[in-house]
Design a protein around this ligand. Structure first.
Ligand code: ZN
Length: 547
């Protein structure tokens, strides 16, 4: 059996006894040994017939392949729509799309794309964020100036809101007499074009045939997601909500089963489509369909909305400035029974909580469920959990829960949280990584791509520096060390996925999954971690350079 020994400038293992090494031996797609050349040669003598010394990485730094514990497969497919976000963004094919700094720039990009569309085709855009464009709120009149002849939907970056033009509103039969929660109105009583959360958005999306979840269901979407992961050094990535009908699972199994598919995928079942008992049965059946590169069996519940959309559920005293549109996507009573049923069945849960009221309700639901059915090693995860305070983290620890905090928010939305949404005090403890660690809570950090771009080095940079887009340090006491941040994008998320025995560190027996970097995140200036180049990845011993 062929053994390859890779020499590297440095190998950062995430293993305390042997945190750094220079050589890793790989056999049968797994790590055979890590250490010095002399040490790994005890297992495989270089120069013997079946042992090869490979120096491809002699000036590179190897880390465990990054694990993205909260992202969405549509991060690939969403690029079939037009990007209109505030920050620069790179498409899966490596094309730079410049950020748009005012509404005029947004409408002019829309006008340009509109001129190239076939007659009747809807114009769909994504990534828009009104919180940065403060002159006025984008409305249907802005979009009507692009065109009134075809429907336009501008999906906001959080995917919890969209803005439609008059044509799209007409198609959904929205007018001054509409009584649907989330259909925003102006002073004249007419819809402004902004639609908040699913109940309001869905009628427009259905008529425009926008099926966000279907972006994850096509071959093209699955392949584009592989590229997104690969570019950022990710070798294991979640798709953190998916209806997972069997034909889709088969498609994913077949595509990920190709040797050249660059990542392991962990799609998580949407718990909102059927009664909890049925979801539990579906999740357990899916678990049996797992393969080497496709892991199934966990579920996702979404409680509230997003903080920057003012749809997160907040405890007293609520939002700092701006309207409270706090929304439950699942009523608290139903959350209690759903969590109880799924926990009793032994199903692993990811629960989206953004505001501190939703964290509180989810913690309570999990506490009750675990009292009734203690479930050792459950590893249920509170996803985002951005506004949890220290007392909530202590409860989270006592219940054995994990958190996956949204560190990228600090850069992208930190200024807005300070000035507008939650105010200075709570903004400084948003995504409180240091508190989570000091209270002993298992920690992962994430991008929620495509909400923010996938890039674990950037996510780690956010947790280490806590610098916002304006350059403010937001909550210096919540900064964590580079070592801890790297753990939170490797072994930390692997733990939240029950995969830490297979991936997340470089040690004997584990999969030979590596992120290959151009520089050493532990020795560069911490402010430049995000700028370190990614050469590519190694997946199960297979070299995958970014071409
Ligand atoms: Zn998400």
């Amino acid at each position: 059996m062929q053994t390859v020994i890779y020499a590297a400038r440095k190998i950062i293992t995430m293993v305390p006894n042997r945190p750094e090494a220079t050589h890793v031996a790989v056999r049968d797609s797994r790590v055979l040994a890590v250490g010095s050349l002399e040490e790994v040669s005890g297992w495989a003598e270089p120069g013997s017939d079946d042992v090869r010394l490979d120096e491809t990485f002699v000036d590179k730094v190897l880390l465990p392949g990054f694990v993205e514990g909260h992202a969405h497969m549509m991060a690939g497919g969403v690029w079939q729509f037009t990007y209109v976000g505030f920050e620069d963004r790179i498409s899966p094919d490596g094309v730079l799309w410049e950020g748009l700094k005012d509404i005029e720039a947004v409408t002019s990009r829309l006008r340009q794309i509109e001129s190239e569309l076939e007659p009747g085709a809807p114009l769909i855009a994504w990534g828009f964020d009104p919180i940065f464009l403060t002159a006025h709120r984008l409305n249907r009149f802005d979009l009507d100036e692009v065109t009134r002849d075809r429907p336009i939907a501008v999906i906001h970056s959080n995917f919890h809101l969209l803005t439609a033009n008059s044509k799209a509103l007409e198609m959904a039969q929205y007018d001054r007499n509409t009584n649907v929660m989330g259909v925003d109105r102006g002073e004249d009583g007419e819809p402004t074009g902004e639609l908040q959360e699913m109940a309001a958005m869905f009628p427009v999306m259905r008529r425009l045939k926008i099926d966000i979840r279907s972006l994850a269901r096509t071959e093209g979407g699955i392949r584009a997601y592989g590229k997104v992961c690969h570019r950022s050094g990710v070798t294991t990535a979640t798709d953190l909500i998916n209806d997972l009908p069997l034909e889709d699972v088969e498609l994913m199994a077949s595509i990920t089963g190709e040797e050249s598919y660059p990542a392991r995928l962990v799609p998580v079942l949407n718990a909102h489509t059927a009664p909890a008992g049925e979801i539990a049965a579906q999740a357990l059946a899916l678990r049996e369909k797992s393969t080497d590169k496709l892991r199934l069996g966990s579920i996702k519940i979404i409680t509230d909305g997003s903080i920057q959309g003012f749809t997160a559920r907040m405890r007293w005293p609520g939002y700092y400035k701006g309207p409270d549109h706090g929304i439950w996507n699942i009523p608290p009573e139903q959350l209690m029974t759903t969590v109880e049923t799924l926990n009793a069945a032994g199903v692993h849960m990811h629960i989206h909580v953004n505001g501190d009221e939703s964290s509180e309700v989810a913690i309570e639901a999990l506490a009750r469920a675990l009292r009734t059915n203690p479930n050792p090693d459950h590893r249920h995860v509170l996803q985002h959990c951005q506004l949890a305070d220290a007392a909530q983290f202590r409860k989270i620890r006592n219940l054995g829960l994990c958190v996956n905090l949204f560190a990228n928010h600090i850069f992208y939305f930190g200024d807005k949280h300070y000035e507008l949404t939650v105010g200075p005090e709570r903004a400084e403890r948003i995504d409180a990584c240091a508190t989570a660690l000091s209270e002993g809570v298992p920690l992962a950090i994430h991008s929620d791509a495509p909400v923010t771009p996938m890039g674990p080095l950037f996510t780690a940079w956010c947790a280490v520096n806590r610098v916002t887009s304006s350059g403010r340090v937001l909550g210096a006491a919540e900064r964590i060390s580079v070592e801890d941040a790297l753990r939170a994008v490797t072994l930390g998320p692997a733990y939240t996925l029950h995969l830490d025995h297979e991936v997340g560190s470089i040690e004997v027996g584990k999969k030979a999954d590596f992120a290959v970097l151009e520089d050493d995140p532990l020795s560069v200036d911490p402010m430049t971690i995000k700028d370190i180049g990614v050469w590519g990845t190694v997946l199960g011993g297979r070299l995958q350079p970014i071409s």
